[in-house]
Design a protein around this ligand. Structure first.
Ligand SMILES: *Cc1c(COP(=O)(O)O)cnc(C)c1O
Length: 428
C-alpha cells in the first residue's frame, strides 16, 4: 500500500502491523513459545545490549503480541504500544514508569473501581500519593498539581456518571505544569475517541472489553503518542543513565520511543505481567471487527437510552448521548460516530426492584464485565459495591436503584423486549 495514503480506521484495524507469514499465512500465527534461537553469539549480544530490536524471551516480547501492539499503536496514531496481561497491569505500569515513592499524581475521582483501589491503597503503600479531583472541573487539576506531581490521570468517559471531560482544558493545565496526561480509553476505543488528536500523551486500555469484544481474553495495552517532551529536566528517569540496563539513556537512545521502550525494558521485564500469545491472538481477532461493532453498540445504546428515558418505570438515565446530560456538549465536541454503550439508569422501586430486575432478564447476562457483544447488566448496590455502607455507596455514585448496562450488538428490538418484560416483573 502506498506510504503516503492515510488509511481508514477499518483498514488499520484489519491490516496494521501484519504481513503474511513466511509460509504465506494470512492469519497472524500464534507464536506459542517462551524463547527464540539466536542466529549467533554476536546477534545475542546485540539484542541484550538493545543495539538491535528482536525477540529474546516472551516475557519482554513475542511476534504475535508485536502485531497486536503495532495495530493498537496505529489505531491511535501513536509511535508504539506495549501489551500486558490485563488492564490493571497496564495502568500500574503506565504510572510506575514515571512515578516513584515520595511523588504524586493528580487523578480524576470517578474512575473504574480497580483503578480507584490501585491509586488510593496500593500506590499509597508504595509511597505514591494521589489527589482525586472532579473531572468536570478542570481548574481543580491546576490547584492539585504540586512540584512533585508526575502526571495527570483521566478516563475518556466515566462510569457510572458518563461524564466526558473537557480534554483540551485538562491537557493545557497539565502541559503548562510540564507533566503528561494519561487517559484510560477502554470504554470508547479509538473508533469513537482518539486521545492524541486532543493532546493527550499516553492512552491505556483494558483490551478485555471492546477491543477483544467477545468476553474471551483478559489483556491490556499502553499506547504512546511519542509527543511528550521528556527532555525538560523534570524526568531524569528518561534522560539519565539507567543503572539496571547498562546505563542506557532512554531519551537520547530511543527519542520518541523513550517512554514505551523504558516501560518494556524496566517495568515489564521486572514485574513480568506479560500477555499470553494466545490472548494477543484473540484480541487481534476482536480488533478486526472493532470498527463494525462500535457503531452498532453505540446506536443500540442511544435507542435504548431514549426508550428508557420515556418510561415511567425508570427514574433517571445517565447516558451522555441524551441532550439533557451535563457532558452532552463535550461529548458532541470530542466523540465521533457515537456516544459509547455503557451507562446507568435508575429503576423505580429502588434496591428490591433492582434485584428483581436483574433476576428477571433473560437475554441480558448478569455479570461483572462490559464491552462484550452480548448485553450485560449488573445491580452494583447488591454486588460490586455491597461491602460499602449506603453513605459510601452514594459517594461512589452507586445509588440503590442504579442498574448498569453494557449494550451489546444484538437486535435492538430484542434487547428492548427483554428489558421491558423484566421491568414489568420488577416494578409493580
Ligand atoms: C475493566 C477496566 C479496567 C481493568 O481492566 P482488566 O482487563 O479487567 O484488568 C480498567 N479501566 C476500565 C475503564 C475498565 O473498564
Amino acid at each position: 500500500m502506498a506510504e503516503n495514503r492515510k488509511l481508514g480506521i477499518g483498514t488499520i484495524a484489519i491490516h496494521s502491523g501484519q504481513k503474511p507469514g513466511p509460509e504465506g499465512e494470512r492469519v497472524v500465527p500464534i507464536a506459542q513459545t517462551t524463547s527464540y534461537v539466536f542466529k549467533d553469539a554476536s546477534h545475542a549480544a546485540r539484542l541484550f545490549a538493545l543495539e538491535e530490536f528482536g525477540q529474546i524471551y516472551t516475557r519482554i516480547g513475542n511476534p504475535t503480541t508485536d502485531v497486536l501492539e503495532a495495530r493498537l499503536a496505529a489505531l491511535d496514531g501513536g509511535v508504539g504500544a506495549l501489551a500486558f496481561s490485563s488492564g490493571m497491569a497496564t495502568i500500574t505500569a503506565a504510572v510506575l514508569n514515571l512515578t516513584s515513592a515520595g511523588q504524586h499524581i493528580v487523578s480524576a475521582g470517578a474512575l473504574y473501581g480497580g483503578t480507584v483501589t490501585l491509586f488510593a491503597h496500593t500506590l499509597k503503600r508504595l509511597g505514591i500519593d494521589v489527589s482525586f479531583v472532579d473531572v468536570t472541573e478542570p481548574e481543580q487539576f491546576r490547584s492539585a498539581i504540586k512540584d512533585n506531581t508526575r502526571l495527570v490521570y483521566i478516563e475518556s468517559i466515566s462510569n457510572p456518571k458518563n461524564d466526558v471531560p473537557d480534554f483540551e482544558a485538562i491537557v493545557d493545565i497539565a502541559h503548562s505544569a510540564g507533566i503528561p496526561v494519561i487517559c484510560d480509553n477502554t470504554v470508547l476505543t479509538p473508533v469513537i475517541f482518539r486521545p492524541f488528536d486532543y493532546g493527550i500523551d499516553i492512552a491505556v486500555y483494558s483490551c478485555t472489553k471492546f477491543i477483544g469484544g467477545h468476553g474471551s481474553a483478559i489483556g491490556g495495552a499502553i499506547v504512546d503518542s511519542g509527543n511528550f517532551d521528556w527532555g525538560t529536566g523534570k524526568f531524569p528517569e528518561l534522560t539519565e543513565p539507567d543503572p539496571s540496563y547498562h546505563g542506557v539513556k532512554y531519551l537520547e537512545r530511543f527519542g520518541k520511543l523513550a517512554y514505551i521502550v523504558k516501560a518494556r525494558t524496566q517495568i515489564l521485564r521486572d514485574m513480568g505481567a506479560c500477555i499470553s500469545p494466545f490472548n494477543s491472538w484473540l484480541l487481534l481477532q476482536g480488533l478486526e471487527t472493532l470498527h463494525l461493532r462500535l457503531p452498532k453498540h453505540s446506536s443500540n445504546a442511544l435507542e435504548l437510552a431514549r426508550w428508557l428515558d420515556k418510561d415511567k418505570r425508570i427514574s433517571w438515565v445517565n447516558f451522555v448521548g441524551l441532550k439533557n446530560h451535563p457532558s452532552h456538549s463535550n461529548a458532541k465536541k470530542y466523540l465521533k460516530g457515537g456516544f459509547g454503550s455503557v451507562f446507568g439508569f435508575g429503576i423505580a422501586g429502588g434496591y428490591q426492584a433492582g434485584i428483581k430486575f436483574i433476576e428477571s432478564v433473560e437475554l441480558c447476562s448478569h455479570l461483572a464485565n462490559i464491552g462484550d457483544s452480548k448485553t450485560l447488566v449488573i445491580h452494583p448496590a447488591s454486588t460490586t459495591h455491597q461491602q460499602l455502607t449506603e453513605q459510601e455507596r452514594l459517594a461512589a455514585g452507586v445509588s440503590d436503584d442504579f442498574i448498569r448496562i453494557s449494550v451489546g450488538t444484538e437486535d435492538i428490538e430484542d434487547i428492548i423486549a427483554d428489558i421491558d418484560q423484566a421491568l414489568d416483573k420488577a416494578v409493580s
